[in-house]
Ligand binder design. Sequence first.
Ligand code: ADP
Ligand code: MG
Length: 360
Amino acid sequence: MYIKEVTLENFRNYEKQKVEFNENINIIYGNNAQGKTNIIESIFLCAFGKSYRAKKDIDLIKFNTNNSSVEVQYRKTDREGKIRANIKEKKTFFINDIKQNKISDIIGKINVVIFTPDDIEIIKDGPQRRRKFLDMMISSLKPNYIHLLNLYNKTLEQRNNYLRQIKYENKNPQMLDIWDEQLSEYAVNIYEYRKYYIEKISEKIESFHSLITKSGKEEIKIKYISNSNNKEKFLENLRKSRNIDIKRGYTATGVHRDDLMIYVNSKPVSIFGSQGQQRTAILTLKLCELQIVKEEINDTPILLLDDFMSELDETRRKSFLESIKGNQVIITCTDKIKLNTNYSEFFVEQGICKKIKEYN
Ligand SMILES: Nc1ncnc2c1ncn2[C@@H]1O[C@H](COP(=O)(O)OP(=O)(O)O)[C@@H](O)[C@H]1O
Ligand SMILES: [Mg+2]
């Protein structure tokens, strides 16, 4: 699939802006703080229903204005469509001009895979960042998964509240059985989804890794760490940690503690990997994501590469470009990049985006 056009109104530093993309390579360049990433962010917003970097939705509205909108027109093999986000105090989404009741209803209509320099956090930061990576990918493919995560998180919150009521208001601990039963039901379902997709990554990770490193010398592996793999065991864990949970006022065990570990030559790359190895690992992981999305939707997802090419040395850049052929790519960069192929080029300055090279 590909994006034909993005229309922004009072979005970030744009007042009124239309950008028309071609279905292959699009390069957006310009100095820092001119509005390149804002374009990527607007597309992401219409794909996932939220920004990946704004803390609050109102941050997306152009300073000194009251409301903002983004419209993304896309084409899939057999049809065209458009998604619009209106942002005021609240966000409202429209698919082909029809108002959507739930934000989750728009997720997965536009399939994008984003690459940013911050992706390295997936390797370097804590488990939460890795769960987020996984959850975003699965959510974009399986709407039911979003629902499941919401149910789990709600139940977890209720259990935590009840834990504190036991501690401070002498409520009956026996009542926890109800929350435990519910929580374990959802946890095992979430576990199954995550396991399935981590296995998919695992099947692909070695071949992408050798493609990037151009050698088969290093061995890469991914492993899912969870203690929620079956209901009975999980219930037992909850019961075992019940007293500690009551003391602390929160639930210490569950899929909200899951992790995934990446090993290079049998050592966790987050701890023992060199910077180069970590970068290769993250690029490999993202390429696995791209491939999985492609297979699941049976179409080519859109690639958003925000300042990403600058992270890659010449060899990695070449292998990378090789492996993303056939997808629409929207690249932002501060230095003009030259490619020996056809592409559109845009120049961004102070919230104005001009096409300076037409794809032909
Ligand atoms: N709500 C907003 N209203 C107006 N300008 C904004 C808003 N949010 C961010 N900006 C401006 O957008 C610019 C950053 O845009 P960005 O796309 O991140 O830049 P870059 O070209 O480096 O990727 C900054 O100049 C910032 O002040
Ligand atoms: Mg930027």
